[in-house]
Design a protein. Structure first.
Length: 648
């Protein structure tokens, strides 16, 4: 199983934790108490604040203790790795300090709640609550260094690789600069940094690869130097921890070209020094950089030393070059086969650490056999059926080869077209002609029209051949231009005449008006008499106006008075006719009024009563848009000033 250290939540500093806890206590508990309250109510008010603060602190600290891994409960590989990186004793002391402060705060809350039960006034209860919260905050302040240390540890743990100790693993180790990271980059998707100087890799890095349909993890370790265990630094100790605890195939890389600044003797000495860590594990000795110097090109003494190591330790060996890629696939295959053979001899409980999910997966995989077919290297010639061989006509492949081969010749599809004339098959049909889609102009009579067009073109060609005299042609052009100019002037004159014409108003005829009123049921006898009188007056007025031009000014004054009297009479008659028409229309509207049933009358009375009640109560209805209170006090009073938090 792999441990997800990235899920550990950030650890707040002690000062921020105090602010959060006090703010939460103020928000989540009652804030108003008065001296007039019963003493039991006052005690309960302050006891609630003390208990709530204690519970909040307990939750915060408990979350820290549960998130961080306990070294005794996790895999020994991770326990030793944390010890190498962060010092196991310091780590345990920090967690123990946090755990002890949690217990101290619980006891403080218990003691002050016991004292609050005997508080005899609001002031005493308030002072006890204040002292309890103060002591809790002081205790939290003492955790400043431990919480800061734990937050740094959390950051480093989140950057640790997710290594599964029970998965099939290839572990790469050796001196610095022997080609370990390059090999991991070649067989996995890991993009590790590769540089020519030593200790480029300073942490454990993981890549994943597939072999025989199974997922494998490949771990790149930092370089290890040949000195005592006490002299090794934390970077080297990470590799030693992985070698000691992971059940993997150990791949010891040895640079036979000696370009890594370490001789073959030094590398053999390191191999013998790490030999106790290889015990009971599959081991593969990998000779690297054979593109620079191969094993056969070494001195006979160095060859003999390597042969002695291989024979005495009964070690499998192989060669590779990361630069040219020679032997990489062979080394990977050999290492995976070694690990598979070794795992088959172990019990599933030893491989999975007792994890039921991994135990079930391992037991299934051990019972699966992947068959690989044995292929015979032989040249299989193409077989042509006898029926095809007897055909006299050339095949499509023959036509293709005759016309340039594949990629040059493509067989024409026009061969299968069914047309009236087979000679039309390979005609080039344009899709667009003169900027238009030719498919829009397909016509059944296109051939007939084509013949007519050709005849017309022939006639035009003949007309061009029979060229008239140039003077006659110029006279014809001049006459045509004069006709066009005359036509243009006529159009302009017609336009101006239309613009000058006045629009004649439509005046209704008397007969039409009588028919319209008769259709509406209105008696027009009175209107006809009035109209006749009005017309007679008009005639009289016209005659008098004609006489006014010859009469004197005195006569003009008397005529004006008579006209005014006539006008007054006319206005009176017009007002009487209008009132008569108004009475007729009113009587008609009364006659057309709908007669309501008893149920409809009751509903109308009920609706009026409801409207009257709503109007009397002055309640807002659906159509009211008035905002009674534009600035609610609870939204616009602002924040409380300094010195007004005494209620805490």
């Amino acid at each position: 199983m792999s441990y997800n250290f990235k899920s550990i939540r950030p650890v707040m500093p002690a000062k921020d934790m105090i602010n959060v806890i006090l703010s939460k206590t103020q928000r989540k508990t009652p804030t108003v108490v008065h001296p007039g309250y019963d003493i039991s109510r006052i005690r309960g008010f302050y006891m609630r604040k003390v208990k709530f603060t204690q519970e909040t602190i307990h939750e915060k600290i408990d979350a820290i203790l549960q998130d961080f891994p306990k070294l005794d409960d996790i895999h020994p590989f991770y326990a030793d790795l944390i010890n190498v990186l962060y010092d196991k004793d310091h780590y345990k002391l920090a967690l123990g300090h946090v755990h002890a402060c949690r217990n101290v705060i619980d006891n403080i809350a218990k003691d002050y709640c016991r004292l609050l039960k005997y508080g005899d006034s609001l002031y005493r209860c308030k002072m006890l609550k204040r002292a309890a919260l103060g002591r809790m905050c002081t205790t939290l302040k003492k955790l400043t260094s431990s919480l800061n240390y734990l937050d740094e540890v959390r950051k480093h743990l989140s950057r640790m690789p997710a290594i599964n100790p029970f998965e099939r693993t290839l572990l790469v180790t050796g001196f610095p600069n022997v080609g370990k990271s390059s090999f991991v980059n070649n067989i996995t998707n890991a993009n590790l940094d590769v540089q020519p100087y030593p200790f480029t890799t300073q942490n454990l890095y993981v890549g994943h690869s597939d072999y025989n349909f199974v997922r494998w993890q490949v771990i790149d370790t930092p370089g290890v130097l040949d000195h005592s265990l006490s002299e090794r630094n934390p970077i080297e100790m990470q590799a030693i921890t992985a070698l000691a605890h992971l059940k993997a195939c150990i791949m010891f890389f040895l640079d036979i070209s000696e370009t890594c600044s370490y001789s073959i003797d030094q590398q053999i000495a390191l191999f013998k020094d790490l030999k106790p860590l290889f015990k009971n594990k599959p081991l593969l000795l990998v000779m690297t950089k054979i593109d620079i110097k191969k094993f056969e090109q070494l001195d006979p003494i160095d060859q003999q030393k390597l042969q002695d190591v291989i024979q005495s330790e009964n070690v499998f060996y192989s060669q590779l070059s990361n630069k040219s890629g020679e032997g990489i696939a062979l080394v990977k295959e050999k290492a995976c086969n070694l690990l598979n053979e070794w795992r088959q001899n172990l019990k599933p409980e030893q491989l999975t650490g007792g994890n039921p999910n991994l135990l079930r997966e391992e037991s299934i995989l051990q019972g699966v056999y992947i068959a690989q077919p044995k292929r015979v290297n032989q040249n299989r010639m193409p077989v042509i059926p006898q029926v095809v061989g007897k055909l006299n006509r050339p095949t499509l492949k023959d036509v293709q080869e005759q016309n340039g081969g594949a990629g040059v010749f493509s067989f024409p599809l026009q061969e299968h077209f069914l047309l009236d004339n087979p000679d039309w098959k390979y005609d080039a049909v344009p899709e667009i002609m003169d900027g238009k889609n030719i498919g829009d102009f397909v016509d059944a009579d296109i051939l007939q029209r084509l013949e007519e067009l050709e005849k017309e073109e022939e006639m035009m060609d003949q007309a061009e051949v029979e060229d008239p005299d140039e003077d006659a042609r110029e006279d014809m052009l001049l006459s045509t231009r004069d006709q066009v100019n005359k036509k243009r002037e006529m159009i302009k004159e017609e336009h101006h005449m239309k613009m000058k014409q006045q629009v004649k108003l439509h005046r209704p005829n008397l007969e039409d008006a009588k028919e319209d009123f008769a259709k509406k049921g209105i008696d027009t006898t009175f209107l006809e008499q009035r109209a006749q009188k009005f017309a007679a007056k008009k005639i009289v007025q016209k005659q008098k106006r004609q006489q006014q031009s010859s009469d004197d000014s005195d006569d003009n004054d008397m005529d004006i008075e008579g006209n005014e009297r006539n006008q007054r009479k006319g206005r009176d008659a017009l007002s009487r006719s209008r009132s008569r028409l108004r009475e007729i229309s009113r009587s008609r509207s009364r006659g057309n009024k709908k007669v309501l049933t008893a149920q409809e009358q009751a509903m109308e009375r009920m609706s009026k009563k409801i409207q009257r009640r709503r109007r009397n109560e002055a309640k807002a209805g659906d159509g009211d848009t008035k905002i009674d209170c534009k600035m609610p006090k609870h939204l616009f009073t602002g924040k409380s000033g300094i010195g007004k938090q005494s209620r805490r």
